[in-house]
Ligand binder design. Structure first.
Ligand code: CUA
Length: 337
C-alpha cells in the first residue's frame, strides 16, 4: 500500500464531520454485533455439542427477560440511529439564509457553473471558505450527480427540473468533483475541481473575468426572445405582468393556486400551457429548444430581479427559488416599456 493514500476523503465542509460520525457509529455497531454473534456461535457450538449418541437436550420454554432484552436494545439503537440520521439529513437539506448562489448545469460530459456576479466556469468552481454556498442545478440531457467527496455532498442533477444542494467549506484547498451517476461513455471524465479560497483571495478572483450577471443576461434574452411584447409592465400585455411575480402566489385558470418559484417559471417557459394564469389565454408558444438550460436560469434570475413597486426582492423561505445573495443582487429593474 502506498503511504499517504488516505483511507477516507478529507473532511472539508461543515457536514463532513457529522456524516462521518454517524458512519463510524454504524460501522462500530455493525462490527460489535457481528463479532458478538460470531463468537457466541462458536462458543455455543462447542459448549452444547452432542456428547453421547442418542443424547436429547432439555426442552426450553423461553425467557421473558431475555426476549425483552434482545427486543428493547435493538429498538433503542435503531430509533436512535434514525433520529441521528434524520438530524444530519435535515442539516444537509436546509440551506442557511444568506447562502451564496451558484448555478450548475450538467451536460455530457462537463459541469458548467455560473456565479451571480457573472463569472462562468467549466469543470471548476471557486468558493470562499466559511460561506454557505447554495447550488441550483439542472441537466441539459441525462441524469448526472454532483459529488464532492471531501464535502460529503452528493446530489442528483436531473433534466427537466431543479435540484438544490448546499455546503460550507471549512478548509482551503482543491477538492475533487465527480459525476456520480453513469451518464455515457465519458462519464468517468466528467470530473472537475472545487477551489476553496480565503475570502480575500476569492474577492480577487471574483474581480477578474466577470461577464454579465445572470439577471443581466436574462434581461437580454427577455428582449431578444421578444417576451417583452406580451409581458409588459403596463397591464396592457397579452401575458401576465412579471414584476413582483417571483415568490408570489398565483391563481391559475383551473382555480388552483401555486407559488411562483423557479420550477414554476421554468415550466411556464418550456411548457406554457401546463399552468395558465387565471384571466389569460393559453397563447404563449413554447420556448423548448430555443433557450438553453443556462438561458432559462438567466431568465428566472431576471424575473426574480423585477420588483413590484415598493416591494423587497426576497422570496419567502421554502419558495424553492433562486434567491440572490445580498450585495450580489442586481439593482431592481422594471421591464422597459
Ligand atoms: Cu455525468 Cu456521469
Amino acid at each position: 500500500m502506498s503511504s499517504g493514500f488516505p483511507l477516507f476523503p478529507a473532511q472539508a465542509s461543515t457536514v463532513a464531520g457529522r456524516v462521518d460520525a454517524l458512519y463510524f457509529f454504524l460501522i462500530a455497531i455493525s462490527g460489535f454485533f457481528s463479532l458478538l454473534i460470531a463468537t457466541l456461535l462458536v462458543v455455543f457450538v462447542v459448549r452444547y455439542r452432542r456428547r453421547r449418541a442418542g443424547e436429547l437436550p432439555q426442552p426450553i420454554h423461553g425467557s421473558l427477560a431475555l426476549e425483552l432484552t434482545w427486543t428493547i436494545i435493538p429498538l433503542i439503537i435503531a430509533l436512535g440511529t434514525f433520529v441521528w440520521g434524520a438530524d444530519v439529513f435535515v442539516y444537509e437539506r436546509r440551506v442557511p439564509p444568506g447562502a451564496m448562489e451558484v448555478y450548475v448545469v450538467g451536460k455530457r460530459w462537463m459541469w458548467k457553473t455560473q456565479h451571480m456576479t457573472g463569472q462562468r466556469e467549466i469543470n471548476e468552481l471557486h468558493v470562499p471558505i466559511g460561506v454557505p454556498v447554495k447550488l441550483t442545478m439542472t441537466s441539459e440531457d441525462v441524469i448526472h450527480s454532483f459529488f464532492i467527496p471531501a464535502f460529503r455532498t452528493k446530489q442528483d442533477v436531473l433534466p427537466g427540473r431543479y435540484s438544490t444542494a448546499w455546503f460550507e467549506a471549512t478548509t482551503t484547498g482543491t477538492y475533487h468533483l465527480f459525476c456520480a451517476e453513469y451518464c455515457g461513455t465519458k462519464h468517468s471524465q466528467m470530473i472537475g475541481s472545487i477551489h476553496v479560497m480565503e475570502p480575500a483571495a476569492f474577492q480577487t478572483w471574483l474581480a477578474g473575468g466577470a461577464t454579465g450577471s445572470p439577471a443581466q443576461e436574462g434581461e437580454k434574452l427577455f428582449q431578444s426572445l421578444a417576451c417583452i411584447t406580451c409581458h409588459r409592465a403596463d397591464s396592457q400585455g397579452r401575458g401576465p405582468r412579471l414584476d413582483g411575480l417571483f415568490g408570489r402566489t398565483v391563481r391559475l385558470s383551473t382555480g388552483e393556486t401555486i407559488v411562483a418559484d423557479a420550477d414554476y417559471i421554468r415550466e411556464s417557459i418550456l411548457n406554457p400551457t401546463a399552468k395558465v394564469v387565471e384571466g389569460y389565454q393559453p397563447i404563449m408558444p413554447t420556448f423548448q429548444g430555443l433557450v438553453s438550460e443556462e438561458g432559462v436560469m438567466q431568465l428566472i434570475a431576471y424575473i426574480q430581479s423585477l420588483q413590484a413597486p415598493g416591494a423587497e426582492v426576497v422570496a419567502p423561505p421554502g419558495a424553492g427559488g433562486i434567491k440572490l445573495e445580498e450585495g450580489a443582487s442586481p439593482a431592481p429593474r422594471k421591464p422597459k416599456p
